[in-house]
Write a protein that binds this ligand. Structure first.
Ligand code: 4AD
Ligand code: MG
Length: 479
């Protein structure tokens, strides 16, 4: 018999139909004459209840039906009397495909901590929480491509191995085939990268922006969606060493159009989740409520689905960096020294505590901060006429802090070269990037959305390690 997925069965199966299902056992409980198996096959958050009557199936067939075992069941769909679903399956034939020794199987049918699940990342797909996250993650990936396709953008595969440091922050992972114990040296005592695979120093990319800009200045509207790598030693719940970023780039568009695109894009993704992932969101909402049940009322998060709707129904607040510094400086938080990093002078970078204060306490909705001091932003950002600030924008979200970073790009060749010189970025290596400003340069803008930060927001999870299948963080690359 052809297999029916549990999602399809729960949606469409008619009482009386004969079907085959395959999946992994979540729980088994029973009495003298009958056993109940909760079966999950990953297609949907809900389990299918399989009823085994010992009159028709010998009890010995259940010997290896334990949590974690994979089984195949032929049976008849019947109306359910209380499994939480409309239908259940009365087994007529049951086969164990792969047993799971209950003494050794790490995932017991009880609540496991997220920390423990991280240690068994290869099995955590089988937990309700990670199953839900995996399905939502897929939907968000699809929605990203759908949004840009519908808007007439072209997807560009930018390189993962690169010779340039797009953000100029020097936080890159080297890519080399040289033997670290026998490094070839030049006459002046430096490592001779001419002998390396690419004949030059190469790294994993921190961003596809520079390459996607070159495509933008021919194709008009483009985006890249790829893995990016940062060797920053930030062991926080918001940072990964390997994360996925969506970077659109639009020609003939200034910062205002860039911000408009960013807001519309994020809202589209959230709406898509509400329209297509409601079962999983409801589960995740319940999970969040339970995980916060011991918190004081004022410390509890907004209910997940309400929070998603709230973002959809409010326009993002636009504030300049300079205005934000004034707000922060004059805040009670600052005066009462509640910030770990007190706000002192104009020109320093904001910490996530400051970003969250602006979003959660002051404006109480998403904020787009613009026009940052030149000194704390990347070389490619468009300089303002004041000679001090650049046309940068960061989108700040509750609980997350920065979810998007973007800017209008410096399209003036001379200004760009001066900026690169002052930041010590070698012009010779960036000749191809500079060419775009020498030949047919136009105003253009773009941004990067951190995909896992979006996932944190949409799922209500608190740690970025729990929204990517196999997290890479300092001192951790298991699996
Ligand atoms: O602000 P960032 O560094 O911007 C860029 O890389 C630009 N080249 C984007 C562009 O204009 N095309 O990073 C963009 C976003 C951040 O806002 C954040 O959401 C995410 O990427 N991000 C990280 N996410 C997880 N772990 C990290 N270590 C991250 N660093 C940045
Ligand atoms: Mg940034």
């Amino acid at each position: 018999m052809k297999r029916t997925e549990i999602k399809t069965l729960l949606l469409n199966a008619e009482v009386g139909a004969k079907v085959n299902v395959k999946g992994w056992v979540r729980t088994k409980r029973g009495s003298k004459n009958v056993a109940f198996i909760a079966l999950n096959d990953g297609s949907v958050i809900h389990n299918l209840q399989v009823v085994v009557n010992f009159e028709s199936i010998d009890e010995s067939a259940l010997a290896n039906v334990n949590t974690g075992a994979s089984i195949s069941v032929d049976g008849e769909v019947v109306a359910s009397q209380g499994s939480g679903q409309k239908v259940e399956l009365v087994a007529e034939k049951l086969e164990v495909l792969g047993a799971a020794d209950p003494e050794k199987y790490p995932l017991q049918p009880k609540k496991h901590s997220l920390e423990f699940l991280r240690e068994i990342a290869h099995l955590r797909f089988r937990s309700n929480t990670f199953g839900a996250i995996t399905r939502v993650r897929h939907s968000m990936i699809f929605a990203v491509h759908k949004f840009f396709t519908d808007e007439g953008f072209f997807n560009i595969h930018t390189p993962i191995i690169t010779g340039s440091d797009a953000e100029g922050a020097g936080e890159m992972f080297r890519v080399s085939v040289l033997d670290p114990l026998k490094l070839p040296m030049t006459e002046d005592g430096k490592i001779d990268y001419k002998k390396d695979f690419f004949g030059r120093e190469t790294n994993l990319t921190v961003s596809g922006q520079l390459e996607v800009e070159t495509a933008c200045l021919a194709m008009g509207k483009v985006y890249t969606f790829g893995p990016t790598f940062r060797a920053e030693n930030s062991n926080t719940s918001r940072h990964l060493a390997e994360f996925w970023m969506i970077e659109p780039e639009i020609a003939f568009a200034d910062l205002d159009e860039d911000m408009e695109l960013a807001e519309r894009f994020i809202k589209y993704l959230i709406q898509y989740a509400l329209d297509n992932c409601m079962d999983d969101l409801q589960f995740l909402s319940q999970r969040l409520i339970e995980s916060e049940k011991d918190k004081k009322a004022e410390e509890k998060s907004m209910e997940l689905i309400e929070k998603l709707r709230f973002v959809l129904n409010n326009s993002f607040e636009h504030v300049t960096y300079t205005e934000a510094i004034d707000i922060l400086k004059n805040s009670n938080y600052n005066k009462k020294k509640k910030f770990q990093y007190p706000i002192e002078a104009w020109g320093t970078d904001l910490q996530s505590e400051h970003e969250r204060y602006l979003v959660e306490k002051h404006f109480q909705k998403p904020v787009i901060l613009t026009d940052y001091p030149m000194g704390i932003k990347a070389f490619y950002m468009k300089q303002n006429d004041d000679g001090k600030t650049v046309r940068a924008m960061d989108v700040l979200f509750p609980q997350i802090g920065e979810i998007i970073g973007g800017s209008q790009r410096e399209d003036n060749y001379d200004k760009l070269v001066t900026r690169m010189k002052s930041q010590g970025i070698p012009e010779t290596e960036m000749w191809w990037y500079l060419d775009t400003r020498r030949f047919g340069s136009v105003i253009h803008s773009g941004f990067g959305l951190g995909f896992e930060r979006l996932m944190l927001f949409v799922t209500g999870m608190g740690n970025i390690r729990d929204v990517i299948p196999f997290p890479r963080t300092p001192q951790n690359a298991e699996f």
